[in-house]
Write a protein that binds this ligand. Structure first.
Ligand code: BGC
Length: 306
């Protein structure tokens, strides 16, 4: 039994998860990052204490962070979504809770959940891409998470694809995240609308990614172009990653993966056209099993692949 926490830009999810990956209890609090680090930390402490009261004494605590951690997993080096830079989160939480906590990147946590209990179970090498507000990545090779010399391996969302019309939160231009996230979809459609392109999306000023997918499925030409563009860059990224590490399987998760086969088939088509050795087997590309719970389930079961 473990306690798994997934910190997102809008909500912090916490759960008690058993060794089979089944969530026994779940709680959610709003992420008040606009009120500063101390507020979020305090909310985290209260959430973990509440879950502790409901779980066995020996339950471990794992926390998925939507940003870059130091190699020792103690410091959140950069997390633009929460506005955290160089925060000693592990030490601060351990002091407040008087117990050991483990920090991990959120997409790596999701990758662990899929490898332990979901879509990539039984495969010794897998890559996960999480498509949400940002684009996250997790890499497992020979049943071990790859975190690199500085803890920043698998930051798939910040691979440079080509120049883009807006900068990434990380400060660079051209990151995959600016082509293939929910934010990217919305910004691309907004830009095209401002340029005068006609679309059904205009009927609702505050359209979100879900609405863009709906419109794309209904063959709205702008929404379809936006989704095709997103799939194209994901195909490029998957082909690049295949060239580098040739994993057995890729799994696509995060909020956008609820677009299902409509998105998956487009990603597969874009990948196959970019493979260096098309005669070789196309990597398997599947949809993740766990939707919004993946980070929490993985964070509660970190020991398995780390
Ligand atoms: C961050 C990653 C994170 C991803 C998903 C990206 O912007 O750099 O560390 O995993 O968003 O939250």
């Amino acid at each position: 039994m473990g306690i798994g926490i997934d910190i997102g830009g809008t909500a912090i999810k916490g759960g008690i998860v058993d060794h089979l990956g089944v969530i026994q209890e779940e709680r959610l609090v709003i992420t008040q990052s606009q009120l500063g680090y101390d507020q979020v930390l305090n909310d985290l402490v209260l959430l973990i204490k509440e879950l502790q009261q409901l779980s066995p004494k020996e339950a471990t605590v794992g926390i998925g962070i939507p940003g870059i951690l130091s190699a020792d997993g103690a410091t959140v080096v950069s997390c633009p979504n929460l506005n955290w830079q160089n925060r000693a989160v592990k030490q601060d939480l351990e002091r407040a809770l008087s117990l050991k906590v483990l920090l991990v990147n959120d997409a790596t946590a999701a990758c662990i959940a899929e490898a332990a209990f979901g879509s990539t179970r039984g495969r010794s090498s897998s890559v996960m891409l999480t498509l949400g507000t940002g684009v996250g990545g997790g890499v497992i090779i020979n049943d071990r998470v790859i975190s690199g010399a500085h803890g920043v391996a698998s930051e798939v969302g910040h691979m440079i694809m080509e120049e883009n019309f807006y900068d990434c939160n990380c400060g660079k231009n051209g990151c995959l995240e600016t082509f293939a996230s929910a934010t990217a979809l919305i910004r691309y459609c907004q830009k095209r609308i401002a340029e005068g392109v006609g679309t059904d999306l205009k009927a609702n000023e505050n359209f979100d990614a879900r609405r863009i997918f709906e419109a794309a499925k209904a063959e709205d030409s702008l929404a379809l172009a936006a989704v095709n563009r997103l799939a194209r860059y994901l195909g490029w990224a998957i082909a690049n990653i295949s060239d580098l590490i040739d994993p057995e399987i890729f799994t696509i998760g995060g909020g956008l993966s609820s677009a299902g086969d409509f998105l998956l088939e487009k990603i597969k088509a874009e990948t196959v056209s970019r493979l260096t050795y098309p005669a070789f087997a196309m990597p398997e590309i599947v949809l993740a099993t766990f939707k919004n719970e993946a980070g929490m389930i993985g964070a509660a079961n970190l020991g398995r692949f780390i």
